[in-house]
Design a protein around this ligand. Structure first.
Ligand SMILES: *Cc1c(COP(=O)(O)O)cnc(C)c1O
Length: 367
């Protein structure tokens, strides 16, 4: 039978797995716990009514990119949009970076455990991946990172900070050391700040100092902005780098309604900041309660918490995950991931959801 064969280098590749199960309390994908403010939906509906639907969208998404540059204080120069690149979710941003700077014959470095899509998209681009390993406590050891970069000369190095799924943000000094090492091998450093709003500092601050850095910072509307359904992400970088990405991405990839939605969201900054504050407060409550239940807990700078159920419960991570699911609570099962033996990751939900989760966990551990 003449079935076409997929690329040999993709034959062994596994797809992205994150079960979408119908449950009462969904705390597995780090989405925002509630919808965007009501005024946001009205603004998008107004935009939809007045839109030139028969026309292609603004290919350069200039209004949206300029507004994002201004949000981050990077709108200086003749072209205020020049330091921003937008795409359909930060996953498409990552894909565009990798299509542009990785590919066959090139190497991409990650520090495990981390966001699986970095290595996954790198391999789809045809690149070879090198796995660095995080030290105890899941921070990156800067000396280890610098040595790996000098040895393997990766075209692209990923640092996820705050890191998914461990939650920890890297200190500035580590990022600076890694950036120096990357520069020395003509590589590119990508700092994935999908959870940047929850972190104590941002690598965006480094970008404002110079347009010569081989540095990209990625962000998403999916988490804090409560817009996972819209699929919108962006990166901040020097103008020369954004121009290269513009050559690679498909023309008109960012539809007009999404551009309008991204702009409309920026009118609700205060609202977003309040949401971040209440998620941080709830995160603290979850951490304290997990500790009280005897779990091992890693301090989080994001909107989720990684924990390992107590060994003396006699339950594996899989069993605790199943026990929660039996009580209609879905968390992310990371128990069989490398370096995360027996761990689970819970997204911070509404206060009510979090209480249901903690009560269910208490029951499971006592069973
Ligand atoms: C959720 C997540 C993303 C993906 O974001 P989208 O904008 O929804 O594609 C990227 N990076 C990390 C680390 C994430 O956790």
């Amino acid at each position: 039978m003449g079935r076409p064969r997929i690329r040999d280098d993709l034959a062994a590749l596994e797809g992205y797995h994150s079960p979408q199960v119908d449950v009462d309390v969904r705390l597995n994908t780090n989405e925002a716990p509630g919808p965007p403010p009501a005024g946001f939906a009205d603004a998008v509906a107004d935009a939809a009514r007045s839109m030139d639907w028969h026309r292609y969208p603004d290919r350069g998404a200039v209004a949206l990119r300029s507004a994002l540059a201004s949000l981050h204080g990077l709108d200086g120069g003749d072209d205020p949009a020049a330091r921003v690149f937008c795409a359909n979710g930060s996953n498409e941003v990552l894909q565009t970076i990798l299509l542009t700077f990785a590919g066959p014959g090139r190497t991409v470095l990650t520090f495990e455990p981390t966001y699986a899509m970095h290595g996954h998209i790198a391999r789809i681009s045809g690149a070879t991946t090198i796995d660095g390993v995080r030290s105890d406590g899941f921070l990156i050891d800067a000396d280890h990172a610098v040595a790996l970069i000098a040895e393997h000369r990766p075209s692209v190095t990923f640092v996820c900070s705050p890191n998914n799924p461990t939650g920890i943000a890297e200190p500035t000094e580590s990022i600076l050391a890694i950036l120096e090492a990357v520069k020395a091998v003509d590589g590119l450093l990508v700092v994935d700040e999908a959870y940047g709003q929850f972190a104590p500092w941002s690598a965006v601050d480094l970008l404002s100092s110079s347009d010569d850095l081989p540095l990209v910072v990625t962000r998403t509307y999916s988490k804090t902005w409560a817009m996972a359904g819209a699929r919108l992400g962006y990166l901040l970088a020097a103008p020369w780098l954004v121009s290269e990405l513009d050559k690679v991405v498909l023309p008109y990839h960012l539809d007009a309604l999404k551009q309008a939605a991204g702009l409309a969201a920026l009118e609700f900054l205060d609202d977003m900041e309040q949401r971040v504050a209440s998620i941080v407060e709830e995160r603290g409550r979850i951490e304290v309660n997990l500790n009280d239940l005897g779990c091992e807990v890693w301090p989080s700078g994001a909107n989720f918490v990684l924990f390992r159920p107590p060994a003396d419960s006699g339950l594996t991570g899989d069993a605790v995950w199943q026990g929660l699911l039996d009580r209609s609570v879905l968390v992310r099962n990371t128990a069989s991931w490398d370096h995360l033996d027996g761990c689970l990751r819970v997204t911070v939900g509404t206060a009510e959801d979090n209480t249901v989760f903690l009560t269910a966990l208490n029951e499971v551990l006592a069973s």
